[in-house]
Design a binder for this molecule. Structure first.
Ligand code: SF4
Length: 484
């Protein structure tokens, strides 16, 4: 294995988590799926945050955070998932625990908060999230929720998401466990002999509204999308689907596996991003139902939509071809599908990493990327900043936490996660993505930044020692010649 310190200076304990794809025989072995190393600031969020981002898109639920008010800052605003109906989920509720609740317990306060919220909002379901302090003082969330459920006649579901008890992935599992309580509790509204659920689809910026009509045109009923634009009713009926399509595999494969065991519903891993992956999703779904007419319809949709967007894609491609992209995602599914998307736009991936990837994910990633690409698990900001510079990236695609990190080292940025307001899924969404690549990469601001960098004698290809970035942390921009 190459010495990774030739690519990035980092802590010795972090080095097994970073690899360089090279023209050598043998598989890339990357340490991953572990808790973060103490002393290396992870970009990961806590267990509670994982549960919150996965569950918060349930539109008509009350999402009540049992904990100090700070935890409640994870709200709809960090997961801008759209709703076609109710918008209860956009209001954040907290029991706002104080010192006195920590000393004497917060169970009574929680029970009172649930009763008040049920009276005010009349929700069909209440999710109660536990946070670090609740795990420490030992409030009996299950007992309080059970009593509240009986008293109010609606499901009040505890989400066991104490922030400290694992990684963000454990939060996804806690969210799936909460959803299991609702699934199968209502009769289905069956409108087609062919029914699917879109699992791990969060309707960020309205993505699902560009995907659902494609399946409907094929004669398929989408029972629900989990959890984007879902309701308590649609979730409770989703056991009536015959197939689960799982997009965000990191967060929702647990649920798909459970539905297979519990209801015999098979699942397929898919992506609705990029022409290639979206076409595969439509074809594989038609193949699952086995109808010639449906297969033909899928081909018609793919041909029609591809020819509609292709002229614009080709025009954009000529403007961004050969540009170098860095990908840093929460889960591996998005990272993998982005590699293909960039390939369709003629761009090259030079850095790829995730917060929660597993061994098989990284193996798959290593097969997809070119030699010279850096693969990284659970990166910290210093590593990412240095890699962006040393790998000479033109653009970073990541989440909100990485935005200013990229800007500070003079690299264009695209938010692919929760904060974006433009759809990236479906055929139209891929066109939106291509347009955003073009406007971000070809923005005149980067020319100004580069000229300023060269003014002070740095070239972008020049390696920036990690020690230098470290010493300037909070002011990384200055190390690249930009004003913070
Ligand atoms: S649950 Fe714990 S780690 Fe997560 S936001 Fe709250 S205090 Fe912080």
């Amino acid at each position: 294995m190459p010495d990774i310190t030739n690519v990035v200076n980092t802590l010795e304990e972090r080095q097994p988590y970073i690899a360089l794809k090279q023209k050598v025989k043998g598989e890339i072995i990357l340490a991953c799926d572990n808790t973060s190393i103490a002393g290396a600031m992870s970009q990961r969020a806590c267990v509670y945050s994982g549960a919150r981002v996965a569950l918060n898109p349930v539109t008509d639920a009350v999402h009540l955070v049992h904990g100090p008010i700070g935890c409640a800052s994870y709200t709809w605003d960090i997961r801008g998932s759209r709703s076609s109906g109710k918008e209860t989920y956009r209001t954040s509720f907290s029991t706002d625990m104080k010192g006195i609740d920590v000393v004497f317990g917060g169970e009574k306060k929680l029970a009172k908060a649930i009763d008040e919220l049920v009276e005010l909002y009349k929700p069909p379901v209440v999710f109660v999230y536990s946070t670090c302090i609740v795990g420490i003082i030992g409030d009996d969330l299950e007992a309080v929720c059970k009593a509240a459920s009986e008293k109010n006649g609606i499901p009040v579901i505890p989400v066991k998401s104490e922030g400290f008890k694992g990684t963000k992935s454990d939060g996804y599992k806690a969210a799936c466990d909460a959803l299991k309580v609702l699934i199968g509790t209502k009769e289905g509204d069956i409108r087609s002999p062919y029914r699917i659920n879109l699992i791990g689809e969060f309707n960020v910026a309205g993505d699902v509204w560009l995907v659902k009509p494609l399946f409907e045109e094929m004669g398929i009923q989408v029972v629900t999308s989990l959890t984007g634009d879902s309701t308590a009713q649609s979730i409770s009926q989703c056991h009536t689907a015959q197939l689960n399509l799982v997009q965000c595999t990191g967060s929702m494969t647990t649920l798909a596996k459970w539905m297979k065991e519990e209801y015999g519903i098979p699942f397929k891993k898919v992506s609705y991003f990029g022409i290639e992956d979206l076409s595969i999703a439509l074809r594989e779904t038609a193949a699952f139902f086995g109808l010639e007419e449906m297969k033909q319809k899928a081909e018609e949709i793919i041909a029609r939509e591809t020819s509609r967007i292709m002229p614009e894609i080709q025009r954009i491609r000529s403007r961004i071809e050969g540009k170098r992209a860095a990908i840093y995602m929460g889960g591996a599914a998005k990272a993998l599908t982005l590699i293909k998307g960039f390939r369709e736009l003629g761009m090259e991936v030079v850095i790829i990493g995730t917060q929660t990837g597993k061994r098989d994910d990284y193996l798959q990633i290593s097969y997809e990327v070119k030699d010279g690409t850096v693969i990284v698990d659970d990166a910290n900001p210093l590593e990412l900043a240095e890699l962006l510079v040393n790998q000479n990236a033109d653009l970073m695609v990541a989440g909100v936490k990485e935005r200013f990190l990229a800007y500070k080292v003079g690299v264009a940025f695209c938010d692919f996660n929760h904060d974006r307001v433009v759809e990236f899924e479906g055929f139209e969404g891929f066109l939106n993505f291509a347009r955003e690549m073009d406007s971000s990469i070809n923005s005149p601001v980067w020319k100004a930044a580069k000229s300023k960098i060269s003014d002070i004698g740095h070239s972008k290809t020049e390696s920036v020692p990690a020690t230098h970035i470290k010493s300037m942390h909070g002011n990384v921009a200055i190390s690249r010649g930009m004003e913070a």
